[in-house]
Design a protein around this ligand. Structure first.
Ligand SMILES: *[C@@H]1O[C@H](CO)[C@@H](O)[C@H](O)[C@H]1NC(C)=O
Ligand SMILES: *[C@@H]1O[C@H](CO)[C@@H](O)[C@H](O)[C@H]1NC(C)=O
Length: 732
């Protein structure tokens, strides 16, 4: 978009009260950065070389109040900067909300809830004096279902991940906190993450792994974190192609690149190839300081240009100005401040609306049952204490999040049994509990119950902690603690079994589904501190379930075609991850990407398609995110959704595109739009999908451009990636 047009847009916005996010975005981007960079240049002129070195170098591990800290620069009124994990709350906080993980937020497919979650997260960061919140997570994308940290991100699809990144970043930064898009790039597993190389072909990199980061840059993200792994044999944090060519040049990123903690391997190569800040500034023993005095020597010796050091500082300062942290009044750093406010309401809403109903033969919703039984160690709070395992590195008690640096302390924890007991008391329902995973004695507890609720889990996390033999990544996709046998044992004496799964990612459910007596399966995902309350909301029909899977649940682990790799990963599956693979290889999943049942029914009708799309490359001037025209709407699809059932509910119509045959071999269908419509019984609503030029494009490796292929695009609108209700065509 030409600058002139942006100015007109800005003027038009002032004239109207209502603006779309896209308009604000387009108008804010390049101009806001330009202003921030000129303020940064003025401040830079007043800084000594030592100031500059201090600005780009963390003070060292465990040497400040936050997980990352830089020194204040008094000459320009620049404070000690606090960088803190993480993507679901303020790590090590004691008065903070434990928000739902990213994967749960994505499973709601609800933009309003995703935005609210991130705004509250931003408010808690600000309230604790955190300047840079280390999230959201745009990779791992989840190409490997076992991947330890997939739950920190937004699902196994770049489109929904990109939307969630954009919404989260805008919301975090709207309250004056710098967001951090991580982990850049292609960091898909925990095993050997600090030594392995991700060797990714150009097209796959662009269409899958870079895609969400383009959204992040387009949303004006302040900072990007380079990851531990190598990309094509070169460390991500000293990779000219990844940092300079792709991120800064092609995507027009104007903020700064900060290393993942101890992901830096060199003084000069890191500086010259695009890294802008090192964290924590040393290794975890306080040694191996690669910048600080070393960078000073390199600059003095001419191995690193002074202009490069200036560029690092300008980027860091510009991000600080961009979000208005220079304006004063920023709260003092106090990680232990109580900043929870009413934020638990968002946790409950996301936990509930991200719950996916996988199977229901009519037993749900429950209605004043006479007797219920609750089974499993994961139905009660960890008996050793809800925060007893460091960084959540255990799988005891009810599961709310995975483990690692992306976890936080719970302020309180409502387990399934806690909430079910409260409800049972209100209803005059008898309730019994078997709080272990042993099958011994379980049959007495469940016999005669109108509902036997069995809670099973699968857990994963970051590789520095091993839990029950799982070194971050999961060893398999089965329920932990013999969950299958527990369900079978319960079903032997009760034919009203409801299985609840709390998990960081896909679980093979074949044994459970083949067990007679299993009448419902509720995918609770990762509901954090509101675990039990969200479950009761769903089980008792206070709301109709409306979550949809953001990954495929296969019939076997081998169906995914990917698994944790020893040594380097050549990304041989290319574009074909998760549902793209199942579709391409014609493998029937158990529950497909986008799947989720409701207590009501929806019909889809009246597909309309209008398009001004023209074949050919995007060639607009580069704005944050890439060529400006890539972000313009070129086609609009609408569909009418009607709630034909008896209760209120919400449907998530999803739009999948099939590229014309003139494009090189591509996935059969790719998600390119979604909406969430809350509808009363009998009510209809219109879903509108705006397709941007990028949504119709593939990455042309020869031209090194995004290209809209000529021909007919298949348009599929449905209730999941396989439950397609309406089809049509658009032409370019
Ligand atoms: C990595 O190598 C592949 C295969 O040679 C190539 O297609 C791709 O462009 C390279 N990517 C980067 C970031 O260097
Ligand atoms: C939804 O429709 C199916 C098939 O038409 C029907 O069997 C089912 O009872 C309906 N469910 C609700 C909740 O209306």
């Amino acid at each position: 978009m030409a600058l002139q047009k942006l100015v007109l847009l800005a003027a038009a916005m002032l004239a109207r009260a209502e603006t779309t996010i896209e308009e604000r975005q387009a108008a804010a981007g390049p101009e806001a950065w330009a202003a921030a960079h000129s303020q940064a240049a003025a401040a830079l002129a007043r800084m000594s070389q030592q100031d500059k070195i201090n600005m780009v170098t963390g003070v060292g591990w465990d040497k400040g109040p936050c997980v990352g800290n830089t020194s204040p620069i008094n000459s320009i009124g620049y404070p000690q900067i606090c960088l803190q994990d993480g993507p679901l709350g303020i790590r090590f906080g004691t008065g903070v909300t434990a928000f739902t993980p990213g994967i749960q937020a994505a499973s709601t497919w609800d933009i309003e809830l995703i935005r609210q979650r991130a705004r509250y997260l931003g408010e808690e960061a600000r309230g604790t004096g955190v300047h840079v919140l280390l999230g959201p997570v745009g990779g791992a994308l989840g190409k490997i279902p076992h991947g330890g940290r997939n739950w920190e991100g937004f699902g196994a699809d770049p489109y929904i991940t990109g939307i969630a990144m954009k919404e989260s970043i805008e919301a975090i930064q709207s309250v004056g906190v710098q967001a951090n898009a991580k982990h850049y790039i292609a960091n898909e597993q925990e095993l050997n993450r600090e030594t392995m190389s991700s060797n990714v072909d150009d097209r796959t990199l662009h269409e899958l792994y870079l895609w969400p980061f383009a959204d992040a840059v387009h949303a004006n993200v302040a900072s990007v974190m380079c990851s531990y792994n190598k990309l094509n044999g070169t460390w991500a944090c000293e990779n000219d192609k990844a940092l300079n060519q792709l991120l800064k040049k092609e995507l027009g990123f104007q903020g700064y690149v900060v290393s993942d903690w101890n992901a830096q391997h060199s003084t000069n190569a890191a500086a010259n190839n695009g890294m802008d800040m090192t964290m924590p500034g040393s290794d975890f023993n306080g040694r191996n300081i690669l910048w600080g005095p070393q960078l000073n020597n390199a600059v003095n010796g001419g191995q690193v240009q002074r202009s490069r050091l200036d560029d690092m500082c300008k980027r860091i300062l510009a991000a600080w100005y961009l979000v208005g942290q220079n304006k004063g009044g920023y709260p003092a750093i106090n990680i232990r401040a109580n900043v929870q406010d009413n934020h638990k309401e968002n946790v409950r809403a996301v936990a509930r609306d991200g719950t996916v109903l996988l199977k229901n033969d009519g037993i749900l919703p429950l209605s004043k049952p006479k007797k219920i039984a609750v089974v499993g160690s994961h139905s009660v709070v960890n008996p050793k204490g809800m925060n007893s395992c460091v960084d959540k590195g255990c799988n005891e008690g009810a599961l709310g999040m995975g483990w690692g640096s992306g976890s936080v302390n719970y302020p309180y924890f409502v387990a399934p049994y806690d909430a079910l007991r409260t409800r049972a008391q209100a209803d005059g329902t008898q309730i019994s509990l078997h709080s272990s995973d042993s099958t011994n004695g379980v049959q007495n507890v469940v016999s005669g119950a109108d509902a036997a609720i069995v809670v099973v889990t699968a857990n994963s996390g970051e590789g520095y902690i091993t839990v029950e033999g799982n070194a971050g990544d999961r060893n398999n996709l089965d329920p932990w603690h013999n969950g299958n046998q527990l369900v079978q044992a319960v079903a032997q004496s009760n034919k009203n079994v409801i299985v609840v799964v709390h998990s960081t990612g896909p679980v093979i459910l074949e044994t459970i589904l083949n067990t007679p007596g299993v009448r419902a399966v509720v995918w609770g995902g990762l509901p954090s501190q509101e675990n039990g309350n969200a479950l009761v909301d769903i089980l008792y029909g206070l709301v109709s379930p409306s979550g949809k899977l953001v990954y495929t649940i296969g019939k076997s682990a081998s169906d995914y075609g990917t698994s944790v790799i020893r040594g380097d990963d050549n990304f041989r599956e290319g574009l074909f991850i998760d549902y793209r693979h199942f579709d391409q290889a014609r493998i029937e999943p158990r529950f497909e990407f986008g799947f989720g049942l409701s207590y009501t029914n929806f019909t889809f009708s009246d597909l309309t398609i209008s398009s001004t799309a023209t074949a050919g490359p995007a060639k607009g001037q580069t704005i944050p995110g890439g060529p400006a025209d890539l972000w313009e709407t070129v086609a609009t699809v609408t569909a009418v959704i009607k709630n034909t059932g008896a209760v209120a509910g919400a449907e998530v119509p999803q739009l999948y595109l099939t590229l014309p045959s003139s494009a090189p071999a591509s996935p059969p269908k790719q998600l390119r739009g979604f909406a969430k419509l809350k509808l009363a019984p009998g009510e209809s609503g219109t879903a509108t999908f705006n397709l941007r030029r990028r949504d119709l494009s593939f990455w042309d490796t020869r031209a090194q451009q995004w290209v809209v292929p000529a021909g007919d695009f298949g348009v599929s609108v449905g209730a999941s990636s396989r439950d397609i209700r309406l089809t049509g065509m658009l032409k370019a």
